[in-house]
Design a protein around this ligand. Structure first.
Ligand code: DAH
Length: 335
């Protein structure tokens, strides 16, 4: 038996649907909810289809009334859904932009600022003190020739002094400089005296690593050539420098030998109850000046070679040279 349904009932249903749906669409706040609503309204098994299905039970002349009304509703729903979807999307975008606002004035977190290595600051401190005395800074290559590293410094081949510095030899008569003294020669070749220079840099020796030795270390070379310089100028300069660097540590000059200076001395400072050698120095040997075509009767001067690691270790109370090379942050952060 056919269920009886009147035109009025169906129109009422459509009107109810119209007011309900407008509210439902308006209160949806997410795209997913809107999509669900669309299926629920306009899908094959949706609420609008249900009304249209029931339309078949009406007399033929009444059906177009319901049909037209339903089609209008369908268009209206689609329009409402589309409008609401755009609103929801742009609100979501606005929320996202709000949430992701970047405050470019906020200071960065979690990136600790670094600082220079104690070896570098020690080298710079040494150089600064000499600059304060009127010295200029010079540099030379770490790969040297036998001539600059040895011969020009009055260390001829087969001279036993070559054994004092166990050398890394490279191909083609080249070597890794064993000291910064070759910069003396290179500088004087280019710059006629009077000169006053410091030359900081890395040097290399075939030494086994222990608490006080490393195959790579740092020196600062000092050179002053002028008329009338004598040992008192050397001593005065060295004492002024050491006092500025170490304060009042006891200092002693000890007679020594270097092929490129005469007389030569080694300078020790007293530290933790022991004498510690920190530099070699002396009056530039006339043979070195003659090799550069400088008249030793007119020009004289002094030179020194400072071990930067030693200065750094005494200054900071570091007991093992290896600490300066192993890049242990727990150690380095102390400085
Ligand atoms: N070049 C020497 C070395 O490395 C150090 C040195 C000694 C340098 C005396 C000098 C000097 O300029 O006069 O052992």
């Amino acid at each position: 038996m056919r269920e009886v349904i009147s035109l009025k009932e169906l129109i009422d249903q459509l009107e109810l649907l119209e007011s309900d749906v407008a509210r439902e669409i308006e209160s949806a706040t997410e795209t997913e909810a809107l999509e669900k609503l669309r299926v629920n309204l306009l899908g094959k098994k949706g609420r609008l289809s249900a009304v249209l299905g029931a339309m078949g039970k009406l007399p033929g002349n009444e059906r177009p009334l319901v049909g037209q009304r339903a089609n209008l509703l369908k268009d209206q729903f689609q329009k409402l859904l589309e409008e609401r979807l755009q609103t929801v999307k742009s609100e979501a975008l606005a929320d996202l932009l709000e949430a992701e606002t970047i405050d470019v004035t906020t200071p960065p977190i979690g990136i600790p600022s670094g600082h220079r290595h104690p070896l570098i600051t020690t080298k710079e401190h040494i150089v600064d003190l000499f600059c304060g005395l009127g010295y200029a800074v010079a540099e030379g290559p770490e790969i040297e020739t036998d001539h600059y590293n040895f011969s020009a410094l009055n260390i001829p081949e087969d001279h036993p002094a070559r054994d004092m510095q166990d050398t890394f030899y490279l191909e083609g008569n080249l070597l890794l400089r064993t000291h910064t003294s070759p910069v003396q020669i290179r500088y004087l070749e280019e710059n006629p005296p009077p000169v006053r220079i410091v030359a900081p840099g890395r040097v290399y020796r075939r030494d086994a690593v222990d608490a006080t030795h490393s195959p790579v270390f740092h020196q600062v070379e000092v050179l002053a050539i002028d008329e009338g310089l004598d040992f008192s100028h050397l001593r005065g300069t060295v004492m002024a420098f050491l006092k500025a660097f170490f304060g009042d540590l006891p200092v002693r000059f000890r007679a020594s030998y270097f092929p490129f200076t005469e007389p030569s001395v080694e300078v020790d400072v007293q530290w933790r109850g022991r004498w510690l050698e920190v530099m070699g120095c002396g009056m530039v040997d006339p043979a070195v000046l003659e090799g550069l075509n400088l008249d030793p009767d007119r020009w004289s001067g002094f030179a020194a070679g400072l071990g930067v690691e030693r200065f750094c270790m005494v200054r900071h109370g570091i007991d093992d040279i290896r600490r300066l090379y192993t890049s242990d942050l727990r150690f380095l952060e102390q400085f």
